[in-house]
Design a protein around this ligand. Sequence first.
Ligand code: SF4
Length: 346
Amino acid sequence: MQEEQIAKGLAKKIEKLAAGREIKIMHVCGTHEYTITKSGIRSLLPKNVKVVMGPGCPVCVTPQAEIDAIVELAEQGKVICTYGDLLRVPGSRTSLYDSVGEIHIVQSISQAVDFAREHPDKEVVFMAVGFETTAPTTAAVMLANPPDNFSILVSHRLVPPAMKWLMQQGEANLSGFLLPGHVCAISGIEEYEQFPVPQVIAGFEPLQVMYGLYKLVRQIVENRAEVENAYMSVVKREGNVKAKHMMAEVFDVCDIMWRGFPVIPDSGLRLKPQFEKYDALKKYGITLKPGMETKGCLCNQLLRGIKEPTDCKLFGRACTPLKPVGACMVSTEGACRIWYTYGRGA
Ligand code: SF4
């Protein structure tokens, strides 16, 4: 009850600050979308303050080309280890779920390595998806000398270059960004300071999100463009130095395609030459080919903050979590799945 009163108090302050303006805030985190929708934060905000989701769900931004590649590996007889969220993500032809092949759901890359060790007669491929939050774990496994029958399809992506791309395009007309606390806990704050736009790092509890939004609206109204840290208990200025060192030891930064985006410069990670024997694409001679968009699906525009799930004619009709048409309805961090489950962006 007390929390509800505090949230309402913050909403009133936001309303007062934002009076007479149109403010559009983007968050880049599936967990923020979950908190915002599940706890009804949008319904507390005034109509002139809009919060949209950007490319913050790692499964959703995995392009068709990478799904096609992992399906091809499954069809070649490799054992695929993956997070459950990826199973139904559509590629150009099919998803892993509908493919022929041996697929294992794992909770972590370590489980996939254990499986490879226990089955030396099988070639095991792990689909390494995620942002700065999961890339250090992949790096740690690469540094721990995994078995030769283990390899990874590297699908890691970095958040700041995608934000830069969005700002350069200007199509979403954004006033500021609510930054993901867990990504910033790894990367730190400095990388975000290059952007001349209001930004606030927020935690994931409803009040933490409300407080982050309040600070962000205040910054926008005061015409400041800074990175404010509203999640100081977890995010340090320098980030997680050890995790960043491991990433730098294992990966080089590269250009990479995102679902809904073209190739974004310096937004991906690839294994350094000394770890290439673990690169599944190189090991098995697979080339990524640009995939086909799914007809009628608006995921592309959703991930760029220019459409909402309910703008899609397929939402809740032809596209549901049981029969997903697009990636944003598959993942528990996808905006369509979250809106379908907890209400339409309430
Ligand atoms: Fe794509 Fe389904 Fe979302 Fe429409 S409702 S944008 S088809 S995922």
